[in-house]
Design a protein around this ligand. Sequence first.
Ligand SMILES: [Zn+2]
Length: 277
Amino acid sequence: MEYPLSRARHGYAYRASGGTGFFAAEALDQKGGVRHGFSTRLGGVSPAPYDSLNLGWTRPDPPENVAENFEIFCGAAGVAHGDMVIVNYEHGGTVLKVTAEDRGRGFEKPPLPFCDGLVTNEKNVVLVTSHADCGAFFMYDPVKGAVGLAHAGWKGTLARIGARAVELMQREFGSEAGDLIVSTGPSICKSCFEVDLELAERFADEFKTNALFTRGRPGKAQLDLELAAAIQMLEAGVKEENLTLMHACTSELGRYFFSHRRDKGDTGSMAAYIGLI
Ligand SMILES: [Zn+2]
């Protein structure tokens, strides 16, 4: 495989909307038939350190704040509140197919079983994931009419959750990997993500390249999760020219993002969404 993935698209589009804003992939916006985005911390009602558009129910921020923030999120995204289905993440590799019957799960209805990825081929079902440094996979099949979304921290990335979502789309919807338009989301970058060297070496073994990490302090390394995300999508059959890597670091872009690592765990959550139009 050639680095640095010269045929992939690099970078993000920023869409200001209703006092907040979203990071997005131009390739998905240009294709049509799908809406998607990755939320920012701007324009919500939560106080510090959850200021202000905290979309995480598990933070020590009153649920009425989070509920109001989701109203703001939906208005800005142009999404009907009752259409959303949110993952019930455990940093694992489980991907579930959801349908219109699942709308409201994790909101007005009880949560889904534990899962970090969702796929659907139904319109008016909006997939939602939750993030505070963890990466995202946005997936769209314009041929069969299906979408996928996954939450991927280091565990999910190592478990190839992106590739598993592709497999589920192939199995459930007859999707061809070569037709998929895929983007990563914002996530913590290699320069900001220090891990134990042992973990970095597990990534190098799994994805068969030492390009994934740089040695740092003794016993430590800087790990490139977005590159691991790219490799697994290419190995799953996604075409490099259909892949976007946003290169938006949640730790560095503090004006826009909460960051679990930077804020030492005391912070809010962003949300990603995707749905067929
Ligand atoms: Zn960074």
